[in-house]
Design a protein around this ligand. Structure first.
Ligand code: SF4
Length: 360
């Protein structure tokens, strides 16, 4: 294993893309992977610094036209009451995020067919008028015109996870959806000047290290600014409800590899990591390449209805999580950063040799 990590570092330091087989080996090894995590942590410190960026999420609608096989709010789940927050409810929540000192709001929803693009554009403008705030959208696959309207209204970033780049696996998990369309949406978002984020799920049924390695290589090649990787968390009301959750160890390895492949990316210690492994797993991710934490401010009872998977931390825990994180950061030479926290360099492809030299 030691030799493998050294060889991997030689490759990425030279601006070369590691072959898929190399990544598969690292994802599959059963030895201790401390050396991998330490290398990713050094890269995190070198390229994005000691800061942990904090974002506040508002899940403003749990309507969704899709039925992804792993998701608890897919259209097939008739047991969950549906909601849409009003402008006033969202703005009150954003005020709470702002009062906590957080300067990025993530507006998230299912792929809501009832979403009025002009309502969302007005909401973005109103949030921007509150002061220096970045707005990240995560509302799924939409038309180019809608993406353009929201960008013009002031939206800064867009998160659209690809979840898996394996065509057969994508097809089996996303009835009626097309991988090519998702990738086309990501291209449109990037071309419109959004800071663009994507990511994948670790531990999906039928997924092995080769698929994860290919996901990572795709995400690197795309030129992303944000990269979200989380373990599969089974939801009882979905076709995958009886399966085991994704492996935390493999998720952490994927995060560490993502940091080495995309050194400038903002990489969250995702909520799914916290859901499966608690605070210790979230902190482990922050020590293995991650540099972002997202806190859920969606007001109760709506937070409990945005159940993409069970056990997600709600708004009651946001303050406590932030407090715990600040204490941990203090003890570990990290600092919580309440600034807007834009990506330092646009795109994963910043792994060119000249950039490595300049940043040393
Ligand atoms: S993962 Fe997203 S698009 Fe798929 S069903 Fe859930 S909310 Fe809808």
């Amino acid at each position: 294993m030691r030799g493998s990590i050294r060889q991997l570092l030689d490759l990425v330091e030279s601006g070369l893309v590691p072959p898929e087989g190399f990544l598969v080996e690292i994802l599959s090894f059963t030895d201790s992977v401390d050396e991998l995590f330490q290398a990713a942590d050094r890269f995190r410190d070198r390229f994005v610094g000691p800061e942990i960026l904090v974002r506040g999420i508002v899940e403003f609608s749990n309507y969704c036209r899709n039925s992804c096989a792993y998701c608890g709010i897919g259209s097939r789940n008739r047991r969950i009451p549906r909601y849409r927050l009003s402008t006033q409810q969202v703005i009150c929540t954003v005020e709470r995020i702002k009062d906590a000192g957080i300067k990025t709001v993530v507006l998230q929803s299912g792929e809501d067919p009832g979403l009025d693009p002009y309502w969302l554009a007005d909401l973005i403008k109103e949030i921007k008028s509150l002061g220096q705030m970045a707005v990240t959208l995560s509302v799924g696959e939409r038309s180019k015109d809608e993406y353009a309207i929201w960008r013009k209204a002031g939206a800064d970033r867009y998160l659209l996870k690809v979840e898996t780049t394996d065509p057969a696996l994508y097809q089996s998990l996303h009835p009626g959806m097309r991988l090519e369309n998702r990738i086309r949406c990501l291209e449109v978002l990037r071309d419109l000047g959004y800071e663009t984020g994507s990511g994948n799920i670790i531990g999906l049924p039928g997924q092995g290290p080769s698929q994860i390695a290919r996901d990572l290589l795709f995400l690197r090649s795309f030129g992303l600014d944000m990269l979200a990787i989380g373990p599969f968390v089974p939801h009882p009301d979905t076709p995958l409800g009886g399966l085991e959750p994704g492996s935390m160890e493999q998720t952490l390895r994927a995060i560490a590899l993502a940091r080495l492949l995309c050194p400038y990316c903002n990489i969250p210690a995702t909520s799914a990591i916290g859901t499966i492994g608690g605070d210790s797993a979230r902190r482990h991710a922050l020590n293995a390449g991650a540099n972002v934490v997202m806190l859920n401010f969606t007001p109760w009872p709506y937070s409990s209805l945005y159940e993409i998977y069970p056990g997600r931390p709600g708004p009651d825990l946001a303050g406590k999580m932030l407090e715990g994180l600040m204490a941990w950061a203090d003890e570990n030479g990290r600092e919580i950063r309440f600034s807007i926290g834009s990506a330092r360099h646009s795109g994963c492809r910043a792994t060119e040799p000249d950039l490595f030299i300049r940043s040393n």
